[in-house]
Design a protein. Structure first.
Length: 328
């Protein structure tokens, strides 16, 4: 390794250290039962309102979980993904990776219900963290305790999404670096990828693997060829509208089946297949696939709590938005 590479590697490690310390210090401002005195029924109201939607449309759980993930990876868990674009700034919401997000109406309904009970107290960032947890729990996934006290950010910038959010085309090196930059380790990467056990994807997210992987009209050799045949039946070249289940057969249920698929080289995205390219992530995939997800629920809960503390604003930072799509 040359001197320049060593220097860059050192600087990157120092940056991660600074970010982790900053994240940790702010996360100390979060606590369980944060609204116990200021809005005692907040968590109950959020849960009941969320249930109204998930009971009628369980497929909303996946985009709501994804929305929380997309929020936390850009500027931290500050509700910035919820902000609308303005005349002077295009927001995260309008970035291509976020254009397929849905469920904003659930967040708005929850916010309205909470505002009715106690105006100007509960942040949109906290609401998003709780709605994501409750949605997963309501489709037979794990339940975790969410420390609260996040404040809402006032800034949302489209271009930051491409720099911060892991792409479906990312390789294992890129994924590990992007998670490390948020204070999340390699195990968290393997665990949180398991969120792909629910939901669907547009063909656009993976058709390069089916038709033109290296620019020569070829397929991705890391994907099961029999699975490629099935996917080609659903996704024609340049198809931008068709939807494919990420976990065929149980895409509405939060379970460990995702890892069985990845182990069989049937992960939908390159970022899924990439888990087999690292000894630690591969070992985790094999463990969950071979033991019916023996530790997945517990691990997912722990990693979600960690992710929910990334880059949070607390204390006097940020604000409590009156409307989640608009700064005050």
């Amino acid at each position: 390794m040359g001197i320049l590479q060593k220097l860059l590697s050192f600087l990157f490690s120092q940056l991660i250290l600074v970010l982790m310390v900053s994240n940790h210090n702010n996360a100390m401002g979060l606590k369980l039962g944060y609204y116990h005195k200021t809005c005692p029924n907040a968590e109950s109201i959020i849960s009941k309102t969320t249930y109204r939607f998930i009971s009628r449309a369980p497929t909303l759980a996946a985009p709501l979980l994804r929305m929380h993930f997309h929020d936390c990876f850009v500027r931290g868990c500050d509700g910035s993904v919820l902000l609308n674009s303005t005349k002077t700034s295009i927001s995260e919401k309008d970035a291509i990776p976020n254009q397929s997000l849905r469920g904003y109406h659930v967040i708005d309904a929850v916010k309205s219900a909470v505002e009715e009970a106690c105006s100007g107290v509960v942040s949109c960032a906290d609401i998003l963290a709780l709605v994501a947890r409750d949605s997963v729990s309501m489709i037979h996934g794990p339940y975790w305790k969410v420390p609260l006290g996040r404040r809402d950010g006032r800034v949302s910038i489209l271009n930051e999404v491409f720099a911060e959010l892991p792409a479906p085309f990312a390789n294992i090196t890129q994924l590990k670096q992007m998670f490390a930059a948020k204070g999340l380790n390699t195990k968290d990467l393997a665990v949180l990828s398991g969120g792909h056990t629910i939901g669907t994807s547009h063909c656009l997210g993976f058709t390069n693997r089916l038709y033109n992987f290296t620019g020569k009209g070829d397929t991705d050799p890391s994907m099961d060829p029999n699975y490629i045949v099935k996917l080609k039946q659903k996704c024609k070249p340049r198809d931008t509208t068709a939807l494919v289940e990420m976990d065929p057969g149980s895409f509405k249920t939060f379970d460990e089946a995702y890892y069985t698929l990845v182990a069989k080289r049937r992960g939908l995205f390159q970022s899924d297949s990439a888990l087999l390219d690292d000894p630690e992530t591969k070992a985790y995939v094999i463990l969950q696939a071979s033991t019916h997800g023996s530790t997945f629920a517990k691990d997912f809960s722990e990693s979600m709590v960690k992710m929910g503390q990334v880059g949070v604003l607390t204390g006097n930072q940020g604000e409590i938005r009156k409307h989640c799509a608009l700064v005050n």
